[in-house]
Design a protein around this ligand. Structure first.
Ligand SMILES: CC(C)(COP(=O)(O)OP(=O)(O)OC[C@H]1O[C@@H](n2cnc3c(N)ncnc32)[C@H](O)[C@@H]1OP(=O)(O)O)[C@@H](O)C(=O)NCCC(=O)NCCS
Length: 167
């Protein structure tokens, strides 16, 4: 995969990813040495350190693949954000769709456009993969993620997630 350009406008209808206002932000595919930084950002956001989970995820999404993308935002050699996405074909009968599975920006560098730049770069990967629709799931009480995704042109989808407790 070539390195994505953070500021190119997306061709995905309705999408409105903004570029980063912070100078020196490099959005690039994750490398093994970045995982420590990714774990730190996720631990800060969720309060749970999941070292094994992240190493497993790196194995699944970290190498060069056509449909799976794991990008990081680097400023001056330090990792300040990450995003993970995947193209899924004909899931539940739907045509190819880009799914955003997770993202995070260090609290020390939020509101500088890094999240927007990461999302814009992921949209570019999705564009190259030929999809025209992007979906994600956010907690209904997670107003921060909902505000962020809305600011990028994403709106409520015509699908409902369902769940149950297994006996
Ligand atoms: C959501 C998140 C990724 C945004 O990253 P960021 O780099 O701060 O985002 P940006 O600077 O690109 O913000 C883009 C837009 O999002 C919206 N936004 C971002 N932070 C916001 C906040 N605290 N309140 C309201 N809107 C906000 C704004 O519209 C903003 O545009 P503006 O600055 O022009 O107003 C970051 O706050 C984060 O990682 N939060 C924790 C994520 C989390 O909970 N992860 C665990 C579950 S997945």
């Amino acid at each position: 995969m070539t390195e994505p350009e953070a500021k190119r406008p997306s061709k995905i209808p309705g999408a409105n990813p903004k570029g980063s206002a912070l100078p020196g932000v490099l959005i690039r595919p994750v490398k093994p040495a970045d995982i420590i930084g990714v774990i730190a950002i996720d631990t800060e956001a969720t309060g749970i350190e999941k070292t094994d989970y992240w190493h497993e995820l790196f194995g699944h999404y970290g190498s060069k693949r056509q449909q799976r993308f794991f990008l990081v935002a680097e400023v001056g050699g330090v990792i300040y954000g990450f995003i993970i996405g995947e193209v899924r074909d004909w899931e539940f009968g739907a045509p190819s769709c880009g799914w955003i599975f997770g993202m995070g920006v260090s609290s020390t560098k939020r509101l500088h456009g890094i999240g927007s730049a990461l999302l814009g770069a992921l949209f570019e990967c999705f564009n190259r993969a030929g999809v025209e629709k992007v979906r994600t799931i956010a907690g209904r009480n997670n107003s921060l993620m909902l505000s962020f995704f809305r600011s990028q042109g994403m709106m409520a989808a015509p699908v409902i997630p369902l769940e149950c407790d297994l006996p």
